[in-house]
Ligand binder design. Structure first.
Ligand SMILES: *Cc1c(COP(=O)(O)O)cnc(C)c1O
Length: 381
């Protein structure tokens, strides 16, 4: 059956390894020059109009962005049920309530019509999730947000590089956009995240709150002309800063973001060609001219049992996964908000058929043929 073919695999090159070695030898391991450079590179990547704040995860970044926007107990924040729990848990960190809504099954993304229906006088913000790296319907979402005076924080954990109407996600004039560099994300630092925002005040608040509510960061304390021992605590902040070892990886991963996207796109296109005649729904491609980051390639099985299918793939040494078990089915969200599976029928039906196929930059045509042939054997018999 050959060696095990994973569902995802990071792509770390000599450049990353050398930068990490240099960082280790430099004596500066926490937030410092590499983190600063990674932030500057990120701003440049997005065209220079936003601020970037590096953090130790996207979860931390989402928490900080909502905190900076003043989300508090009693507030409601609208998110899709079809996401990872981090998107909604950060709302609970602030004592506010995530209001889950259903998706458009063609894109797996939040359905703007469902957003409108979920708005109440307590609604303060929307968190669209660019599922798998395909941009949400941002024009409609922004129109709804403007009309109702709501903030928008994009969960861009999957979405680099993703474009919407020709503009990169991160540059869409929302209040903040948050990326993840978790090990299996399109660019990876093991653990890590980035907040970008066009607003100076939001950036300043995130910067202070990512490091204990201290109004100058450690690197600044040791390099500025003010005495290094002096700092002021202006809020009960968090410990969310990115360290320089992760940033050293990020600097080179970011340079490769478009090259990685091109490889993932080619894999997605080959799957589309080769799986077209099978009893499956294949994922949507973006409108012509736009980029999909292809973090995930999620098929929907129209025949057979999903768990059985994944078990059979696994028996042939192929790793598959499921994205996502909708939040409203998980005990915590179900019980806290008294939700039942049928409350979000599109998300439920999508989940029951969804299988994430292997997709990663190092995947060869041979690897892909093995996945495709195995799927054929399972489905046509
Ligand atoms: C991975 C992920 C997160 C959390 O990212 P971390 O960097 O691991 O905190 C948030 N939202 C979505 C949709 C994700 O896939």
């Amino acid at each position: 059956m050959g060696s095990f073919l994973p569902f995802a695999l990071p792509d770390i090159g000599e450049e990353e390894i050398n930068e990490v070695l240099e960082t280790l030898k430099s004596g500066w391991l926490t937030t410092g020059p590499k983190t600063k450079q990674f932030e500057q590179d990120f701003v440049e990547f997005l065209g220079g109009q936003v601020k970037a704040i590096a953090v130790n995860s996207a979860t931390a970044g989402l928490h900080l962005a909502l905190e900076a926007l003043g989300i508090q107990p009693g507030d409601e924040v609208i998110t899709p049920t079809y996401t990872f729990t981090a998107t909604a848990e950060v709302v609970r960190y602030l004592g506010a309530d995530p209001i889950l809504v259903d998706i458009n099954p063609d894109t797996f993304n939040i359905d703007p019509n469902q957003i409108e229906k979920a708005i109440t006088p307590r609604t303060k913000a929307i968190i669209p999730v660019h599922f798998g790296g395909l941009a949400c319907e941002m024009a409609t979402i922004m129109e709804i947000a403007r009309h109702h005076g709501l903030k928008v924080v994009e969960d861009a954990a999957h979405a680099i590089p993703t474009t919407y109407q020709g503009r990169l996600v991160g540059n869409l004039d929302t209040d903040a956009t948050v990326y993840s560099f978790y090990a299996n994300k399109p660019i990876a630092t093991g653990e890590g995240g980035m907040i970008v925002t066009p607003h100076q005040e939001i950036a300043d608040r995130c910067r202070v709150m990512r490091l204990h509510g201290i109004n100058r960061d450690v690197f600044d304390r040791y390099t500025s002309s003010k005495p290094s021992w002096y700092y002021e605590v202006i809020a009960p902040g968090f410990k969310y800063n990115m360290g320089d070892i992760a940033a050293a990886l990020g600097i080179h991963q970011l340079k490769k973001a478009y090259m990685f996207q091109e490889k993932r796109r080619a894999i997605a296109e080959y799957y589309r060609e080769q799986l077209a005649d099978l009893p499956l729904l294949l994922p949507s491609f973006p409108p012509f001219g736009d980029l999909h980051a292809w973090h995930l390639y999620v098929i929907r099985l129209l025949k057979g049992d999903r768990a059985e299918f994944i078990a059979q793939m696994s028996a042939q040494g192929i790793g598959c996964s499921v994205h996502y078990i909708p939040l409203h089915i998980h005990p915590y969200w179900r019980d806290t908000y008294q939700l039942s599976p049928e409350d979000f029928p599109k998300a439920l039906a999508t989940y029951q058929q969804a299988v994430s196929l292997p997709i990663y930059t190092k995947m060869t045509r041979g690897d892909q043929d093995r996945v495709i042939n195995t799927i054929r054997e399972i489905l046509i018999k």
